[in-house]
Design a binder for this molecule. Structure first.
Ligand SMILES: *Cc1c(COP(=O)(O)O)cnc(C)c1O
Length: 383
């Protein structure tokens, strides 16, 4: 089904939304409705067999000992931080190029979010992390952004040298690997998101937490379910942050087809590189085969572009939807949060950065069309 649709009026109006939400349902409608009917007829709504099966399959997929469904990744990050031992007053270092949710989880843990710069690949810069460490720092929370895993070997060395805990925001990075190891398995704990536009999405909110440590897993299991342990005893304060069993059943169905989704996204990334090769005004993300240390899953396709706002308007006028990450600001730039930092490299990046359409229903012709439209923008606007 081509997403570049010609309008019935006979004009060549294209409609290429940034993310076509209805496709996330209609392309699998019959199977999804059967799952709904099956789960509903069993009355299996909360913490049931489907959820446990999905957790087992997810843990096996990422190569971790434990995975637990939670209501969303934002809760998951809070639960992961608490279970990993981050306390009130601790400083936690994160990249300002992330969703506000990363910092909010640190904040609601009672800790102090310390934003730092990102590097050329838009992920947290290990040197900036090292420079931000103080006696109060207890944890590093890298965001595995756009489906790419940070240099976990450099970050791991820093964490070891200073005795810091690592908690990953792997919300965007299911299946992404650094030196063969999956995002979400490097630190004490991690969270991933199943928001509908995420690479493994459900039909609403959902998330998971991951760990290799059985003590951390037990605390996370309690925290997501009112502080209750396996016997139903309340052993501490907790939340209600469970993944709905219906969503878990849908996610388990999709996890079995996930390899094809990743391959599709990597093929689309290759196609973007081919069509935009040699356009001096744009900087593309690393290609899928550029660096043997990284296996990227291309949750997003985030470029840097000269005259970004004009390019965005030009693409919009041609019916091509794009997105500014986080609405166009890094976390420290939201003044209401009072983070009071100046991060010049990140601020410069945010005047240039643009996300192009990237989802499994995009066709190669769509990518060619987006690329040629970008080429024509720069070709026709030189000087
Ligand atoms: C989507 C996202 C989150 C939040 O995930 P939810 O499941 O919507 O709570 C956190 N961090 C990053 C980097 C994200 O992209």
């Amino acid at each position: 089904m081509p997403t570049a649709v010609l309008a019935a009026r006979g004009e060549t109006t294209r409609s290429l939304p940034f993310f076509p939400y209805p496709q996330a349902f209609v392309t699998e409608e019959d199977d999804l409705v059967s799952i709904f009917r099956d789960v509903g007829r069993r009355g299996a709504f909360i913490l049931q067999e489907d959820g446990r099966r999905f957790e087992d399959n997810l843990a096996r997929f990422v190569g971790a000992r434990h995975a637990l469904g939670v209501a969303n990744a934002t809760d998951g990050l809070l639960i992961a931080l608490k279970a990993a031992g981050v306390r009130a007053g601790d400083e936690v270092i994160f990249s300002s190029h992330t969703m506000v949710a990363t910092a909010a989880a640190i904040h609601y843990c009672g800790a102090i979010p310390v934003p730092v710069e990102c590097g050329d690949d838009h992920l947290i810069d290990p040197e900036a992390v090292a420079a931000a460490i103080t006696p109060r720092t207890t944890a590093i929370m890298p965001t595995q952004l756009n489906g790419r895993t940070a240099d976990m070997s450099a970050l791991g060395r820093i964490a070891d040298r200073h005795g810091l805990t690592m908690v990953e925001d792997a919300a965007q990075a299911l299946g992404s690997r650094f030196r063969g190891q999956c995002a979400g398995t490097f630190g004490a704990a991690a969270a991933i998101s199943f928001y509908p536009a995420k690479i493994l999405g459900c039909l609403g909110d959902g998330g998971a937490v991951i760990t290799n440590d059985s003590g951390v897993a037990a605390r996370m299991s309690e925290l997501r379910d009112h502080g209750r342990n396996a016997n139903g005893d309340v052993v501490g304060w907790g939340l209600n942050s469970r993944l709905d069993n219906l969503q878990a059943a849908i996610l388990d169905y999709r996890l079995h087809r996930f390899g094809a989704v990743v391959e599709r996204r990597r093929a689309l990334a290759r196609a973007y590189r081919a069509v935009l090769n040699g356009v001096a005004e744009v900087v593309l993300p690393p290609g899928p085969n550029d660096d043997p240390d990284h296996f990227d899953v291309f949750q997003n396709y985030e470029i840097e572009a000269e005259r970004r706002d004009h390019l965005r308007d030009y693409l919009r006028a041609q019916g091509i939807g794009t997105l500014l990450p986080w609405g166009g600001k890094a976390v420290h730039q939201f003044e209401a949060l009072g983070l009071n930092r100046s991060l010049p490299a990140t601020e410069k990046l945010f005047s240039r950065v643009l996300m192009l359409p990237m989802h499994p229903w995009l066709t190669m012709e769509d990518v060619e069309c987006v690329g040629q439209t970008i080429r024509s923008f720069y070709g026709g606007n030189r000087g």
